[in-house]
Design a protein around this ligand. Structure first.
Ligand code: R5P
Length: 316
């Protein structure tokens, strides 16, 4: 049964939240965040949420840690204002790459974020293209894991074209998902053996499996942060004689020197989505931004009326 629905946003990506509301045909809920001189935050929900099905949109954008805290405070405030149910909508999940204990005495911080969300009072989580799908298992509450693959494939089939293309998986970890892109686009697949030996953000490509010579390479990755991984792949592909190189990354984190490095690279197109806020100074000419707002609006509407949302997405 359809319940009364409200959508609120934190400070991280209000543009996306507004677009989601426009697609869902509802007004964005009113709230305010005050930051005190001691850096403490106060969130005030400015309309009643009693008995409502509430969705709070907050992505992992800078300042990441402050935005996590703001989200937790918002959920707590909404819980104590007697909402019926609260869904934390995290288009880009915070600390997604801290998903394993691959060194002694470190935190699996993606799991810690899950614990914090549950403790704050979230009843459900909605997120997109998790770095590893297993993160959903860190929660004891339901997680709707949305995927942007269909949207990206639609863009390639209908707008950018796929003639003479090969799908490139930048590392072994992304080979399975890239393989599904390849099947969905009806294209061959090449896999790079990329290894990262430390936290220095420098990855190295050692081998390439598949035929890329003379082709237009489409690299698929879940996120682009410093751009180091993509540029290493670009370098390896160039040395193998590809004709043109494009990259598709769902989350445009674009940290450090990414914008400058990508702008100066031979990459001809970078397809990203708006899960993360992209300020004007980061919008380089070769960038195409696809909006995930219609997808989130549909998923929220389906979840609100208790319909299955799995049919909305493919496997990528
Ligand atoms: C790594 O496993 C991820 O899928 C991305 O390749 C990585 O997060 C990109 O980071 P950067 O752009 O800093 O190389």
């Amino acid at each position: 049964m359809k319940k009364d629905l409200k959508i609120f946003t934190g400070s991280s990506n209000p543009e996306l939240a507004k677009k989601i509301c426009a697609h869902a045909g509802i007004k964005l809920g009113k709230c305010e965040t005050v930051k005190f001189s001691n850096e403490n935050l106060k969130v005030r929900i400015l309309e009643s949420v009693r008995g409502k099905d509430v969705y709070v949109v907050q992505s992992s954008c800078p300042p990441v840690n402050e935005n996590i805290m703001e989200l937790l405070i918002m959920i707590d405030a909404i819980k104590h204002a007697k909402a019926d149910s609260i869904t934390a909508v995290l288009p880009y999940y915070p600390y997604a790459r801290s998903d394993k204990k691959d060194e002694p005495r470190i935190s699996i911080t993606a799991r810690l974020v899950a614990d914090l969300l549950e403790t704050s009072g979230a009843d459900r989580v909605m997120t997109m293209n998790l770095h590893s799908p297993q993160i959903a298992g860190f929660f004891r509450i339901p997680v709707d894991h949305l995927l942007a693959g269909k949207l990206i494939c639609k863009y390639y089939k209908e707008k950018a074209g796929i003639e003479n293309c090969v799908v490139v998986a930048p590392d072994a970890g992304s080979a399975k998902r890239a393989g599904i892109y390849a099947i969905s686009l009806g294209l061959p697949l090449a896999i790079l053996d990329k290894r990262r030996n430390d936290d220095s953000e420098n990855a190295k490509v050692h081998h390439v499996i598949g035929d890329v010579k003379g082709k237009r390479a489409l690299i698929f990755d879940d996120e682009i942060a410093t751009g180091g991984s993509i540029l290493e792949v670009v370098k390896a592909l160039e040395s193998l004689g590809v004709k043109e190189i494009e990259a598709c990354c769902v989350h445009a984190v674009l940290s450090g020197k990414a914008v400058e490095r990508l702008g100066n690279s031979s990459l001809s197109r970078l397809v990203v989505t708006d899960t993360v806020t992209i300020p004007p100074e980061k919008r380089i000419r070769k960038m195409v931004v696809l909006s995930v707002a219609p997808l989130f609006a549909k998923a929220i509407a389906f979840s609100n009326r208790g319909s299955s949302i799995s049919g909305l997405f493919g496997k990528i």
